[in-house]
Structure formats: C-alpha cells, structure tokens
Design a protein around this ligand. Structure first.
Ligand SMILES: *[C@@H]1O[C@H](CO)[C@@H](O)[C@H](O)[C@H]1NC(C)=O
Length: 391
C-alpha cells in the first residue's frame, strides 16, 4: 500500500512538473525570434516591443528572454495592463544610443507603465551617458536627461540581479508604485557624472531595496514626496551623495514621507551619509518615523545631516522651510567623518525638528575631535554618543 501511494505521488509530481514545464514553454519569448539583433548596432526597439506585445496578451504567465549579446534600444515604453505576470530574464546587455537627442526629450529611456506583476532578473543596462554628461557640464543645449529604467503606476514589481551603468540621468526611478522589491543590483556611474542618482522613489509605498552596490555622481538612493513604508538594507554606497530623504518642500502642497528604515549599510567617501533635506520655502510636506540604524561611515563628509536650508544653486527664496520633520532615530552609527561636523541638524525656524533620537553613535574626525551642530532641533540621546549630542 505504502509503495503504491509513493508511486502514485511520483506520477502526480511528474504530471504536475510536465504541465508546469510545458506551460512555461508555451509563453517563453526570446526577443531574437522577434528580430532583435545582439550586435549592439542595429536598433532592436521594434523587436522588443513585438515581444512585449506578445507577452502582454498571453493567457498565462510569460517570460521574455534576452540572451547574451548587446541589444541597442531607443526610447521605449512597455505599457500595461497585461493579461498575466511577466518575467523578463536578461543574460545580455541592453545599450542606449550615445546620441542623446535620439532619445527625445521625454526624460526616459526604458519605461514600464501601468503594470501588475512584472519582474526583471539579471542583465546589464548601459545608459551610454558620457556624451550627455559632457553636454550638461559644458552648459550646452541638452535635452532632458533620460533615466535608464523607470516604473510608473505599477504594482508588484521585482528587480533582481540587474546591473545598470552610466545612466544619462537617474538609473532606476520608481514613481506611483506599490509593492516593489529591488535586490542584488549594482549601479555604477562616475562620481562626477551629474544627476545620476542610483534609485529614486516618489509617490510609492511598500518598497524594499536590499543588497545593492551603488556608485554614482548623485544620491545613491533618494526618497521623495508621497513615499511610505520603505525598507533599505545592506547597501554599499559610494562614491555618491549618500541616502537622502528629499528633496522635500519642492511644492507648497506636497505629500509627505513616512516610515523609512535604512539599516546595515556602509557609506564610503560619500558627500553625505544619511540626509534629510528640504528647500527653504513654505510647504505642507513632512518626514516622520525615519530610522537610520547599524551604519558604517568611511570618510563620509556629512555622516548625519538634516538640511532644511537646502539650496545647492544658492538661488533660493531663503524663507523658512515648511516641511515638518519628526521622530527620526539614529542608532548604532560608527566610523569616520571627512569634515569636523559629524552630526548636523539644521532645522526650520518656523517648524523645528522634534523627536530626534541619537543612540550609540561614534563618529571621529581624523584631524581632531568631531563636533555636532544643532539649530531648531529637539529630541533625546542615550548610550554613548560621540560627538556629544546637541539635541
Ligand atoms: C513600516 O514599513 C514596513 C516595511 O518597511 C512595514 O513592514 C511596516 O508595517 C510599516 N509600519 C507601519 C506602521 O505601517
């Protein structure tokens, strides 16, 4: 009897495996069979769009496969809604044209719109940004810089094992999305490439970013208006501008940022470590319930900073920031500061920061002792805090 049952189970398993396998096969779409060319020269945009359209109409979960090789894509939007889950598996490299005008002025290179259940596994996206950065730096007549990979108005998104290099503008932009998981990604652009943020979030909720290596010319990760429930873990950031909440207060009427945790991460030679920044002007925006925990600073210029007078151009109204910052905790943060002010809370005069907690901090400055600086900042500290807390 026992033996029969066992055979019966094997048969069930065999049938189940077989049908799973064949159904996968039925909607397995190789972009090459739609005419994509792996030579990095011929435009594969049309082929990718045809592959997408076929996957999107599929009655069962579909896999789009991009094999080894280099595929040239121009500006492309993959529209939803689609019938089913779509997985995109990439073994090759997708390359943007280095002629930045050929991407138009939309600010996007690869855009996914209005989707539910889409995943990208593996692959490299090469934004070919060098010419565009040169145009920006020399003050030429340049179009809007194209972000490499954007997800807008989508939910249940996963990006795993992806590499993105030399974006013309931001590398990964997540906008109006829900339930997004970004893991095992590598992002790389030179430290002097302008506005090449690693991952940028806005108007999104339930976002996890874990195990990423990010080297850029701007923020490694930025979390801006309307973003809630964010978990960021195991990030190696640097060079770059650190992990930022903000810029906030860009608009008078603005949704806030709430419930963000950044943990187990290392910042190496970054301009900032963990930063909250807002423009010096009226706004109803806010940032609250933010936790920065278990972080190592290796020569970060401003390891811990709240800057409510953020104005990199110097050309701002210089009013009090209306953005309300509260319940921000910094726990177990160690390492070295590249500037003497290791902790800097520069909060709004009309909306002081409150509920700032410092716990077990040890930040040193190589030329002498580090200091902390507070303006309109209230809260408490516990454990050993070096430099001594000013809240
Ligand atoms: C805060 O966000 C985390 C995910 O990062 C989530 O698990 C948790 O439930 C959220 N807390 C609240 C109060 O919404």
């Amino acid at each position: 009897m026992a033996k029969h049952t066992k055979h019966f189970h094997s048969l069930i398993l065999f049938v189940a495996t077989f049908s799973l396998f064949s159904s996968c096969n039925a909607s397995y779409i190789n972009v090459v069979s739609f005419g994509a060319k792996p030579d990095g020269k011929l435009d594969s945009t049309g082929a990718f769009l045809r592959a997408w359209s076929s996957a999107c109409k599929s009655n069962e979960a579909a896999t789009i496969y991009v094999p080894k090789g280099s595929f040239l894509l121009k500006q492309v939007t993959f529209w939803g809604p689609c019938m089913n889950k779509i997985d995109i598996r990439i073994d090759g490299t997708i390359v943007a044209p280095s002629d930045y005008w050929s991407l138009g002025n939309s600010g996007y290179w690869i855009l996914f719109m209005k989707l539910n259940r889409v995943s990208i596994y593996g692959g490299t996206l090469d934004g070919s940004g060098a010419g565009y950065w040169h145009c920006k730096k020399t003050g030429g007549n340049c179009p809007a810089g194209a972000r490499t990979l954007s997800f807008s108005w989508s939910k249940n998104v996963e990006i795993s094992g992806l590499t993105t290099i030399n974006s013309k503008a931001m590398h990964i932009a997540v906008d109006h999305c829900q339930n997004v998981m970004i893991q095992d990604v590598r992002i790389r652009a030179p430290s002097r490439s302008p506005n090449t943020d690693g991952i940028s979030l806005q108007f999104s909720t339930d976002v996890t970013i874990s195990h990423a290596t990010i080297m850029t010319g701007d923020d490694c990760i930025s979390i801006s208006q309307g973003t809630t429930n964010v978990w960021i873990q195991r990030i190696a950031c640097g060079p770059g501008h650190g992990i930022s909440v903000g810029s906030l207060g860009t608009f008078g009427d603005e949704a806030g940022v709430q419930n963000v945790t950044v943990t187990d991460s290392v910042f190496t030679k970054t301009d900032n470590g963990v930063r909250i920044k807002s423009w010096p002007q009226p706004s109803n925006g806010y940032a609250r319930d933010i936790v920065f925990r278990n972080l190592i600073m290796q020569n970060a210029y401003n390891p811990i900073i709240i800057d409510q007078r953020y104005c990199p151009s110097g050309n701002c109204p210089h009013q009090n920031s209306g953005v309300k910052i509260s319940r921000v905790s910094y726990e177990h943060i160690k390492g070295t500061s590249a500037s003497p002010i290791a902790i800097n809370f520069d909060c709004s005069e009309s909306n002081p920061c409150w509920g700032i907690i410092l716990q077990d901090i040890k930040l040193t400055y190589y030329k002498g002792s580090a200091t902390s600086s507070c303006r309109n900042a209230g809260g408490s500290s516990s454990g050993i805090v070096i430099p001594r807390s000013c809240v």
